[in-house]
Design a protein around this ligand. Sequence first.
Ligand SMILES: *[C@@H]1O[C@H](CO)[C@@H](O)[C@H](O)[C@H]1NC(C)=O
Ligand SMILES: *[C@@H]1O[C@H](CO)[C@@H](O)[C@H](O)[C@H]1NC(C)=O
Length: 363
Amino acid sequence: MGAFAIAATTFVVLSLLQQLHAGHEEKVERDETVKGSDYCDLFHGSWVYDESYPLYESSNCPFIEKQFDCQMNGRPDKEYLKYRWQPTACNLPRFNGEDLLSRMSGKSIMFVGDSLSLNQWQSLTCMLHTAVPHAKYTIKTVEGLSTFKFSEYNTKVMFSRNAFLVDIVSMPIGRVLELDSIEGSKLWKGADVLIFNTWHWWLHTGRKQPWDFIEDGNHTQPDMDRLVAYEKALNTWAKWVDTNVDIPSKTSVFFQGVSPDHMNSNDWGEPNAKNCAGQTKPISGGNYPGGKHPAELVVEKVLRSMSKPVYLLNVTTLSQLRKDGHPSVFGHGGHRDMDCSHWCLPGVPDTWNELLYAALIQS
Ligand SMILES: *[C@@H]1O[C@H](CO)[C@@H](O)[C@H](O)[C@H]1NC(C)=O
Ligand SMILES: *[C@@H]1O[C@H](CO)[C@@H](O)[C@H](O)[C@H]1NC(C)=O
């Protein structure tokens, strides 16, 4: 009787394991065939340690800006270089720089936004240069537009510095941030892939605030709720995209997503840490204790209201988990700045580009 019970139990356990195992195999197979399709949310996952990372060494990227080159600036730990983003339901395709350059032959990729766009642009140019180290390249910057060109492929990877996307205009009363004017867009027409980003500058006050008044419709005022202003500006941008950009037949449009900073360690439940300084490990799992970023909610709302399909590079949560990814004091090299906004390179923006690549090859 007793022996029978044990045997029966063992049988049940075994068959459950077999089912689980079979289910697992089936899932893996399916994931590989539909990799990157709608069914898999590439942005839902966690960071895993991977010896084969990083994707490049900063020493092999001769044009990398000093502010992102944390190792060169003396950052002592290296573990932060070794994390790979693992989506829960499938695998990211391996980044293939040569493949991307061939696909983009005769075409241009343009990042438009603030220094977080610069961060991602630099990451992508480092990743591409590492893939084809002998291919000739030129870098030219004219009036806030940087062009990295691979002449053999006739591919341009550009960065247009534009912190607000909408315009700041000099007037007799001072510098006016015009929430419904987007003349800067003249520069964006003609790019084949556009990746937009704006957020960080919306919070600046005092000396770092580059405008004196905000013009909202017919009202010009010294200031207003910044999140409301942000939403109005994004709506101006959305209207411009909806009326002027031929998606998807001519142009692919991405929104880079809100890049979170780690200035306040209460956000991730470690009040004694203060900020990102000394952080050497990501948050494990897929949830950020601090919850959704307020600007992220605005971005989602505006994108939902659009008639054209803009692809959200939904990098906010995955970047929130990387409290270890910022330069902290190893950014500007020599300065005493605490940088918990930008990201070391190699680092988190490489993942943003792996996700961009995944999106580009699936379309
Ligand atoms: C972005 O990703 C996070 C984490 O997976 C998720 O909670 C959020 O809903 C996503 N946003 C959109 C618009 O898909
Ligand atoms: C702004 O002013 C113009 C001209 O005075 C007027 O036609 C328009 O309706 C006003 N717009 C708003 C939003 O008040």
